[in-house]
Design a protein around this ligand. Structure first.
Ligand code: 2AM
Ligand code: CA
Ligand code: CA
Ligand code: CA
Length: 264
């Protein structure tokens, strides 16, 4: 693709995701094959793998020159973000998928030379695709344009967290929760990011891989929400990061807690 028609590409990716949803729903109530990756809390199913293969096949047709990074390893070995890179999480919230058959997402981020262009988070069970980016000038929930969430201070809203960080009080997460209006834990980075786009929570802190935040970063930044490491640095797209997603004000509040090293 020399001249990319981003609007058309967005439409094509949404169509691909809709077909992926049909396949996942059809397989969801059959017996799942569930394997442990690094621990009994880190699972992968036949549906994660099958869906990644399906999505990557579709992306290769849409953009044959691109590099593709997929969580389950069916894409390319990525060593740089040069050129066009697609980052795919076929099922985000696999534990929710296995235990609840709900609260999971499909996610795709498209980057050009390391810069986010389009993002997609599909809330599968509610059948809502969040799609958009700077190249199309906004974010849509299905056909509905989203407005930027209010720029809340930490004290004025709820914050999403990953449970292990709070249990072990990594990076002063307990002090951050204490300073907020309350904590919520959804168990899916994608569902957490949707909640922020909807203004239901003002941020999220979790230890994440590129496929967990690639799509959300594009969508959230388009809506004025900040994404960084817990130290306020840009996210590294080729490694794990301790990710801080927050409104501008809440990001400032949280970075101050990190700097002050306060324990409440
Ligand atoms: P996943 O389901 O695609 O693996 C769960 O708290 C959230 O964190 C999910 O979005 C999950 O994505 C992500 N996550 C990242 N690393 C994880 C890990 N090692 N184990 C479980 N979930 C992980
Ligand atoms: Ca996983
Ligand atoms: Ca994930
Ligand atoms: Ca996944």
């Amino acid at each position: 693709m020399t001249e990319t028609n981003w609007q058309q590409l967005q439409t094509d990716v949404v169509a691909l995701l809709k077909e992926a949803r049909r396949q996942v729903l059809a397989k969801m109530h059959q017996t799942l094959t569930v394997d442990e990756k690094t621990s009994r809390k880190d699972l992968v199913t036949n549906v994660d793998k099958g869906n990644e293969q399906f999505l990557i096949g579709g992306i290769r047709q849409l953009d044959p020159q691109a590099q593709i990074l997929g969580e389950e390893g069916f894409g390319d070995q990525l060593t740089s973000m040069a050129g066009r890179v697609w980052i795919v999480d076929p099922i985000d919230g696999t534990m929710n998928f296995v235990k609840q058959r709900d609260n999971f997402a499909m996610m795709i981020g498209i980057y050009q030379d390391g810069v986010g262009q389009l993002g997609f988070i599909y809330d599968v069970m509610n059948d809502v695709v969040y799609a958009g980016g700077p190249v199309v000038g906004g974010v849509w929930a299905n056909d509905q344009p989203l407005t930027a969430p209010a720029n809340l201070a930490l004290a004025d809203g709820l914050i999403g967290m990953s449970a292990p960080l709070v249990i072990h009080d990594v990076a002063h997460t307990q002090a951050i929760v204490h300073a907020s209006a309350g904590m919520r834990i959804y168990g899916s980075a994608g569902i957490e990011m949707i909640s922020i786009m909807r203004g239901k929570t003002l941020g999220y802190i979790s230890h994440l891989k590129p496929w967990d935040f690639a799509a959300g970063q594009v969508l959230l930044n388009t809506l004025g929400i900040r994404t960084s490491t817990i130290d306020g640095q840009p996210l590294n797209m080729l490694s794990s990061n301790l990710v801080l997603v927050a409104t501008e004000q809440a990001q400032r509040d949280i970075l101050r807690i990190e700097e002050d090293d306060v324990s409440l």
